[in-house]
Design a protein around this ligand. Structure first.
Ligand SMILES: NC(=O)c1ccc[n+]([C@@H]2O[C@H](COP(=O)([O-])OP(=O)(O)OC[C@H]3O[C@@H](n4cnc5c(N)ncnc54)[C@H](O)[C@@H]3O)[C@@H](O)[C@H]2O)c1
Ligand SMILES: [Zn+2]
Ligand SMILES: [Zn+2]
Length: 326
């Protein structure tokens, strides 16, 4: 095995260096991977440009990267689910497995989760990287390493659509056509949503959404007031959409998502209620790096979700069936 372990280490704002690091030895339940592909996530860019995301601050040099695939080259002594030579995608957040959230199967909410490239946990943008074997998922032969690395953002979209109960005949509004919005679009279409409209401020992002079979796109234009944008969107749906998913992470978009779903409430101008709702959602949003899923069933259906709740293994099947391979 080569000893070249070129690694991307973030030392501070706009200070990313390529250096050699030691190849780590897997413990009994881990595997060592020869990394093939690592996607650059918005979070890597945030750490590079701002040195932080909310409460997560890069205080020590940190290896970036978490959307990864590679080949198993060494097995810990207790590993049974994989063998040498397996091509895998990693699920980058490894939870504690013993807290109440883990026990209930909501391990994506585990407070002790170790998430690659989230300070102080190192990431996977290096030639060799070790990872918990049960958070590595074998790729079918027809799924490339590049697609394997994309399973992570795809899983975010699938989890969002599952939490929002997207299904046959759903009408869905997606606000934001970045990678997460596009992954959500792919998931919504694969789940047989009837009408998916996706919006953004930037035209070229919407052009990609069109290529990925968005039924309609809508450019959010500042010449329109918020209410006019909502009315224009409702015209595309011939009424309100069943489900609105914010994938932009911006305050104005989250406001629009809520107003879109609770137009009647806003028209009645129940201001105390609305202000409290917006304030609490925005504070929660700022505190936790996440995004909101809003459905019109009732106010309790406003979910705040992190990560993807074991969507990654199943997503291989989406690729396998060719339905997510756009
Ligand atoms: N839950 C998770 O596990 C998870 C994982 C990755 C990303 N995220 C979050 O998802 C969000 C999107 O991530 P991304 O990588 O796609 O980001 P991105 O910045 O690439 O894309 C966001 C898009 O939203 C658009 N936008 C901005 N304001 C808008 C508005 N008012 N209306 C409509 N569109 C607007 C931007 O032009 C951009 O194209 C971020 O908030 C990120 O933190 C969550
Ligand atoms: Zn990511
Ligand atoms: Zn836990």
């Amino acid at each position: 095995m080569s000893t070249d372990n070129l690694t991307a280490i973030l030392y501070g704002i706009n200070d990313l260096r390529l250096e050699q690091t030691e190849i780590e030895e897997p413990n009994e339940s881990e595997v060592l991977l020869k990394i093939a592909c690592v996607g650059i996530c918005g979070s890597d860019v945030h750490y590079l440009e701002n040195g932080r995301i909310g409460d997560y601050v890069v205080e020590q040099p940190m290896i970036i990267g978490h959307e990864s695939s590679g080949t198993v080259i060494k097995l810990g002594s207790a590993v049974q689910n994989l063998k040498i030579g397996d091509r895998v995608a990693i699920e980058p957040g490894v939870p504690c497995r013993i807290c109440v959230f883990c026990k209930r199967g909501r391990y994506n909410l585990c407070k002790d989760i170790k998430f690659c490239a989230t300070p102080p946990v190192h990431g996977s943008l290096r030639r060799y990287y070790k990872h918990a074997a049960d958070f590595c998922f074998k790729l079918p032969d027809n799924v490339s390493f590049e697609e394997g690395a994309l399973l992570e953002p795809l899983s975010v979209g699938v989890h969002a659509c599952k939490r929002a109960n997207v299904g046959i005949g759903s009408s869905v509004l997606i606000l934001g056509a970045g990678p997460i919005g596009l992954a959500t679009l792919l998931a919504a279409k694969a789940m047989e949503a009837k009408l998916v409209v996706i919006s953004d401020l930037i035209e070229y992002r919407l052009n990609i959404a069109k290529k990925l079979k968005a039924d309609q796109t809508y450019i959010i234009d500042n010449i329109f007031k918020e209410n006019e944008n909502i009315n224009n969107i409702h015209k595309l749906f011939n009424g309100q959409p069943d489900i609105t998913i914010d994938t932009s992470g911006t305050e104005s978009s989250i406001r629009l998502a809520i107003m879109d779903q609770y137009k009647d409430l806003f028209e009645k101008k129940d201001t105390w209620y609305i202000k409290t709702l917006l304030k609490s959602i925005f504070i929660t949003f700022l505190k936790y790096f996440s995004y909101l899923i809003i459905t019109k069933v009732d106010l309790l259906s406003i979910f705040l979700e992190l990560d993807y709740g074991h969507q990654l293994p199943g997503r291989r099947k989406v690729w396998e069936s060719g339905r997510g391979s756009a």
